[in-house]
Design a protein around this ligand. Structure first.
Ligand code: GLP
Length: 241
């Protein structure tokens, strides 16, 4: 586990983008695992800039997003599909057929989970996985008490997560109660992982994740077992280490 401490959100975003761009330049047809939330937005902006400056090319890149809300369609502005198109995919030359996000509207969600897992496996797993972290230690939507051996599955969201994510919705009642998420097993199979965190509200959970015991109560703590994980933390997020 490597920890890189940087000054602020901007430096965190730039550092993460540089690692992603090196990955793409090392292997043009690499497979990236992508995250949503506020934290990666700056990294996506940096990557778009690098694409426009012709430093990187997404023509051969494949992506798998970690998760999607259950029961809302890709046209819904709150969906992660909408977020990805708006904040990243619409600005780069990635082929739409190479971008994958679980379908939160699938009639048979277990079948959708199996389909997603076999797509990932079919690509030989993920080369570089980007993660944010929830205040309760979730990665993707793997909430506390997670089963470390799980692959993609339907998740009941914690009240704390629903509350945290209600900032994106008009009303807390509109926040979906479930999501479909890659499991810890998918994440742990990635060759390399970058977890990015910024801000004082992440400081406690970052301390527990890095210095606490490995426990399903803090899902991100499982990353202590991954051989090639980099934490990129700004000063505030790292302030309790
Ligand atoms: C969301 C996502 C996670 C994300 C986390 C933190 O619910 N499912 O992938 O890492 O919450 O979000 P933020 O970066 O906005 O703090």
């Amino acid at each position: 586990m490597k920890i890189i401490k940087v000054r602020d959100y901007e430096a965190m975003s730039k550092k993460a983008a540089v690692i992603v761009s090196s990955q793409i330049n090392m292997k043009n047809d690499c497979v990236l695992g992508l995250a949503t939330g506020d934290t990666p937005l700056g990294m996506y902006k940096e990557l778009i800039k690098m694409y426009k400056e012709e430093i990187i090319d997404f023509k051969e890149v494949t992506t798998f997003n970690l998760d999607e809300y259950y029961g809302i369609s890709g046209e819904n502005e709150q969906s992660y599909k909408y977020y990805m198109d708006k904040n990243f995919f619409n600005h780069i030359n990635i082929k739409p057929e190479n971008t994958h996000i679980p379908n939160g509207m699938a009639e048979d969600i277990e079948e959708e989970a199996r389909r997603y897992d076999s797509l990932i496996q079919g690509m030989g797993d993920i080369d570089l996985q980007i993660l944010g972290i929830g205040r309760n230690g979730h990665i993707g939507f793997n909430e506390p008490d997670v089963k470390f051996e799980a692959c993609t599955h339907l998740v009941d969201l914690d009240d704390e997560t629903i509350e945290a994510n209600s900032r994106f919705f008009d009303d807390i009642e509109d926040v979906p109660k479930k999501a479909i998420s890659m499991g810890i097993k998918n994440i742990m199979h990635a060759d390399k992982i970058i977890l990015i965190a910024s801000g004082i509200e992440k400081a406690d959970v970052i301390k527990e994740t890095i210095e606490g015991s490995i426990s399903p109560n803090v899902p991100a703590s499982v990353l202590q077992l991954h051989p090639n994980t980099i934490f990129i933390l700004d000063e505030a997020a790292a302030s309790k280490l």
